[in-house]
Design a protein around this ligand. Structure first.
Ligand code: 3H9
Length: 695
């Protein structure tokens, strides 16, 4: 018998029920899947002739969890707990056959089965806290019954995923097999009933457990979801199953509608939505990649490819530079091994697949060559011309640049349609963001290939028009200027950083300047000095620190003094700030945290609106993705454009007017922002458009 609904199929083979969840792309638990699965389970429950049930997912995933796209809509019956309950209560033994992603609600379903068989490389876990919620269908109660409360608290609190092999070692999976469905059909015959919900809760009064819980709660103190989830796991050691599950459900429902959870869902979908509407590009043709330039950026890019399983050839100019590049590459890889992010075996494979050479002929088999030499147009043109002399006609050519004009470089590439800018962020093997910048002649196929390649690196590609600063640095530059106005007007760097870090930024702007090196922005300011609007307010404090040789962390002192363990404003910065305030006759005034944050956010949203109007950014959500994944904007706040809609655009416009006054009247409220504020429409109402900016 074969009973087929749209998203869940029931096949009866003899006395075995085979249930297939089939809802592309990742079998998420949408309204339809829950409804169909519940109907199938009810059918199975109503039959007396079945001996066991196997549940598995079609294609590559088991189930990736609740459907994130539907979580903002009104809930429809049956809820996931009802489906899980129906599975849990079946009288016949049940088995989950797991391949690929078994996450969130997917794992909750698998744990409602009596046993689990998985492939060694399956991914299992409860990552709900990354979405600002706790598991909502028994996950916090079943997981500790299988792996023990300590491991469960760590897994759920830290949203740690396990491979199938790790899950077997921890007790979550019963058996590993490369073909779990076939194995389930073989072993299911001998399986008895073993409901996880009936297993006793494991009381744990040990000091080790208390310490784990305290450490986890301290580490995740900024995440209400994580601390709540940890408390729920603790409850599993003390409170009966039904009562604890009811607590979990109540916490889930409250958190699901919180501002944080909404913003995190938005960020999740925004990251996957960059490049919407683009055709898929066949990655099979990319077996080898070349990188010209083995400096920090070049080796970081080569490592990013190595981590993605792509062989790389790095070209350097002489043997000494090759040796330095090899050391740099190996050192960066060793750090990843030290942190447990890469195994020793894998690191040897990556080293084996990475060649560093002075021989440009080695670029011949490469499907893509990325130029990553010094950020200077003449030097880059020379490298690009060298690349095209040595590659095949169908290979792609990319330049890694953070501000150069792509059209000016495109001339060096014989066929500019295959040329594109890739703006990696340092360290390139760690940072998620890559801005993809086409020149005027770049073909759509090249852009689609670049998007696919960056995704293959597990990074987030965002398309940007070819305009100075692209998306991110353009916004960051406006942010820097306005934070310096606040500084000169009275808010010290540690006040500004503290306010923005309390809002959720990974680092405040002055700490970021110190980390990236004050000399970099200084060089840029000098380069732009001739074209700067003379009416623009110019804060000289950073220039004076640079003139004194204080470039930030790399010199031990910048805005802050790094000689101790604590971050302290440097004595020189404090003195220069006072002198500059006095020289300009500024009477220092206090700023509240709210004022500082409102100023920073309005400046970012205003610049973002200008980028949209100019056609540099394709969509509001792309801008948010850039700021979250490249500039430490708090993900839990959704990005500056998302935050502006929450604040209300009229207030953002008022704040921007104040910012412009502070800047000496130079600049404008982006007309697009003002128009939306006047009509009452949100930024989110703007449609996605292909970026079109020319210089
Ligand atoms: C939960 O389960 C709550 C429960 O405890 C309680 C309920 C009561 N929903 O990432 P990719 C889409 S919370 C909807 O590019 P990959 C994604 O948008 C959930 N859509 O591929 C994309 O669509 P498109 C807990 C989803 O191979 C496509 O699938 N679960 C979902 O790099 C491919 O995604 C999680 O947090 C979803 N849940 O990675 C898991 N997941 O092609 C979240 C994916 O149209 N998901 N999509 O752009 C992931 O971690 C990764 O997506 C996954 C695949 C590892 C599955």
């Amino acid at each position: 018998m074969d009973e087929t609904s749209r998203s869940v199929h029931l096949e009866i083979r003899g006395t075995v029920a085979i249930v297939t969840i089939d809802s592309p792309p990742v079998n998420a638990l949408s309204n339809a899947v829950r409804r169909d699965l519940k109907a199938v389970l009810d059918t199975v429950a109503g039959r007396g002739d079945l001996t066991f049930l196997v549940l598995h997912g079609a294609r590559t995933s088991f189930v990736a969890g609740a459907d994130i796209r539907e979580m903002d809509l009104p809930a429809e019956a049956p809820s996931l707990p009802e489906v899980v309950q129906a599975l849990d209560r079946l009288a016949i033994p049940t088995l989950a056959a797991i391949t690929g992603a078994c996450l969130g609600g997917g794992l909750e379903i698998a744990m409602a089965c009596d046993a689990r068989i998985a492939t060694a490389d399956a991914r299992l876990g409860l990552p709900e806290t990354t979405l600002g919620i706790v598991p909502g269908a028994g996950g916090t109660q079943r997981l500790p019954r299988l792996v023990g409360p300590r491991m469960a608290a760590e897994m759920i609190g830290s949203a740690r995923l396990l491979t199938g092999a790790e899950a077997r070692d921890g007790g979550l999976v019963d058996l590993l097999d490369p073909s779990p469905l076939a194995a389930a059909l073989t072993y299911g015959l001998g399986l008895g009933k073993r409901r996880v919900s009936d297993l006793p809760c494991m009381a744990d009064d040990s000091e080790a457990f208390a310490e784990t819980v305290a450490a986890l709660k301290a580490r995740h103190r900024r995440s209400v979801a994580a601390t709540t989830a940890i408390d729920l796991v603790v409850a599993s050691t003390k409170v009966p199953f039904e009562e604890a599950v009811a607590r979990e459900r109540a916490a889930f429902l409250t958190l699901k509608d919180s501002d944080t959870a909404r913003a995190l869902r938005y960020a999740f979908l925004a990251e996957r939505g960059t490049g919407a509407g683009m055709a898929k590009w066949d990655m099979a043709s990319l077996r080898q990649v070349g990188v010209v330039g083995g400096g920090t950026m070049g080796t970081g890019i080569a490592l990013a490819f190595g981590l993605a399983g792509v062989s790389t050839t790095v070209i350097e100019r002489d043997d000494a530079s090759c040796a330095a590049a090899r050391t740099r590459f190996a050192d960066q890889l060793a750090i990843l091994v030290g942190k447990g992010r890469v195994t020793q075996v894998r690191s040897l494979e990556i080293l084996g697949a990475t060649e560093v050479s002075t021989d440009w002929q080695a670029l011949r088999p490469c499907g893509l060559v990325v130029e990553a030499v010094y950020e200077d147009a003449a030097v880059k043109k020379e490298a690009l011309a060298g690349i095209v002399r040595h590659i095949t006609d169908d290979a792609l050519v990319a330049t890694n640049t953070s501000y150069l004009d792509l059209d000016a470089l495109a001339g060096a590439v014989g066929t500019p349609s295959r040329f594109v800018g890739l703006h990696f962020f340092a360290p390139a093997h760690v940072m998620k963001l890559v801005e993809i910048v086409p020149a005027a002649a770049t073909s759509r196929g090249t852009i689609e290939a670049a998007m696919a390649i960056v995704r293959r690196l597990s990074k987030t590609p965002v398309l940007s028009g070819n305009r100075e600063g692209f998306i991110g640095n353009r916004i960051f530059d406006a942010y820097r200027r306005h934070m310096e106005y606040l500084l000169e007007d009275g808010a010290d760097p540690d006040r500004i950083d503290g306010a923005l870090e309390a809002y959720g930024f990974a680092m405040g702007p002055f700490a970021v300047f110190d980390l990236s090196g004050l000399d970099i922005a200084w060089a840029m300011r000098k380069r732009k000095a001739a074209t700067r609007d003379p009416r623009e307010r110019y804060v000289r404090i950073a220039d004076r620190l640079c003139e004194a040789g204080d470039f930030g962390r790399k010199t031990g002192q910048g805005w802050y003094d790094y000689s101790g363990t604590e971050r302290r404003l440097s004595a020189r910065a404090a003195a220069v700030i006072d002198e500059e305030r006095a020289a300009r006759g500024i009477e220092r005034r206090p700023f509240t945290d709210e004022e500082i944050v409102a100023r920073a956010l309005s400046v970012m949203a205003n610049e973002g609106a200008a980028l949209l109007a100019e056609g540099v950014a394709a969509s509001v959500s792309d801008i948010d993705v850039v700021m979250i994944s490249g500039y430490g904007f708090p993900r839990a706040k959704g990005g500056p454009m998302y935050a502006a809609d929450r604040t209300g655009l009229s207030r953002v416009v008022d704040e921007m007017e104040a910012a412009i006054r502070a800047g000496g009247g130079v600049g404008e409220v982006a007309p697009l922002l003002r128009k939306l504020a006047d009509t009452g429409e949100p930024l989110a109402s703007l449609p996605r458009r292909a970026p079109s900016a020319d210089r």
